[in-house]
Write a protein that binds this ligand. Structure first.
Ligand SMILES: [Cu+2]
Length: 353
């Protein structure tokens, strides 16, 4: 091989590896990870994610607790106010959260990618109401439902380091409180009335606070495997108009993936999340139910998640990404009583141009 041929070969290999990186299904993290990748200068990406979370059964600390146990042993923090019993009398039994997230990414330069995300959320929570006073006589069931536009995120992803197949970038974002925190619904009280009230903290749609979203992300790949890790947080800035702030959050996750085909990779991920209690109290949220107590929010959770990433490589599907991930908690330590998480499913479609 003469020198010119060698140079041509190196250029070809160089171009091919850049191209190959851009087109690997595993060049994006499992779909449950946000802000995992950056784009090259001038690139746009649009995405839609659907997330469903299912929570059923209650837990305090790491132990299960039954509804009967809750209403006979857990004190009602509002006891002493008019018509407030000494123990809790309403118990959530399950909750679903469905989230539709629309995202856009754009890279004005190679070292900065800007990302915005807005979402539509629907929450449903089923409850058992026990008869007023004491004992374990059940009065009935009711479901509360809230839905609406959630908070909006704007995040800058700053590429700090790019060495061969390894990259580190900084995530620096802010969450803007566009979601409602004054949602109401009908409830069934232990006195058998059905008033319309402001629903408790976990049923509200927004945080009401501007939140900082710091983070750092590392990704790498080699041959048929790719890996990464991300540490991130949610830091509430002050209190909202209802005199409280949701707890701050720390999240850490790491993943590995294997490329089965040019268009298909599978992943395993571990994710840890720690959330604080609610700071402050909304004077309009008063009820003998655990979700109305700011102390009974937050905790720790460790999930193991399995996922697949698909990448269209020819024809009309070229460049279209589809991904799915199912996360199952393996450890939960909750400031309870609180509903425990059973699974989180995330589906996503992404298209870059
Ligand atoms: Cu993107």
């Amino acid at each position: 091989m003469n020198r010119i041929q060698k140079i041509a070969l190196y250029i070809f290999i160089g171009l091919f590896s850049v191209q190959a990186y851009a087109q690997r299904p595993d060049s994006h993290a499992p779909i449950g990870v946000m802000g995992d990748h950056t784009h090259a200068k001038g690139e746009f990406m649009v995405s839609y994610r659907y997330m469903r979370m299912w929570m059923e059964g209650n837990r305090t600390g790491t132990n299960s607790i039954s509804a009967n146990e809750i209403v006979t042993t857990v004190p009602n923090r509002f006891f002493g106010n008019p018509m407030q019993p000494p123990t809790l009398r309403v118990v959530p039994t399950y909750m679903s959260m469905d989230m539709h997230m629309l995202g856009a990414m754009y890279a004005p330069t190679d070292w900065l990618t800007v990302m915005t995300m807005t979402n539509f959320i629907e929450k449903n929570m089923n409850h058992i109401t026990y008869q007023g006073g004491m004992g374990t006589n059940i009065l009935g069931n009711f479901i509360t439902q809230t839905r609406g536009l959630g908070d909006t995120r704007v995040v800058g992803l700053f590429k700090l380091l790019k060495k061969g197949n390894n990259q580190v970038h900084l995530n620096a974002g802010v969450s803007i409180p566009t979601g409602s925190l004054t949602e109401q619904d009908d409830i069934l009280t232990p006195l058998n009335t059905e008033p319309m009230v402001r629903v408790p903290y976990p049923m509200q749609i927004g945080s009401g606070t501007y939140d900082l979203l710091p983070g750092i992300t590392y990704t790498g790949f080699m041959n048929k495997i790719a890996w990464g890790a991300q540490v991130s947080g949610v830091v509430r800035m002050g209190k909202n108009d209802s005199e409280y702030a949701f707890g701050n959050k720390v999240m850490a996750t790491t993943w590995g993936s294997y490329r089965i085909q040019k268009w298909l990779s599978s992943s395993v991920r571990v994710a840890y999340e720690q959330t604080g209690k609610v700071d402050g109290i909304d004077p309009q949220i008063v009820a003998p139910v655990q979700t109305a107590n700011p102390e009974f929010l937050g905790g720790q959770r460790l999930d193991v998640a399995l996922g697949v990433n698909l990448l269209g490589i020819n024809g009309l599907t070229k460049g279209i990404r589809l991904a799915a991930e199912v996360a199952l908690p393996v450890y939960q330590n909750l400031n309870g009583p609180q509903l425990e998480t059973d699974y989180v499913v995330t589906l996503g479609v992404q298209y870059a141009f």
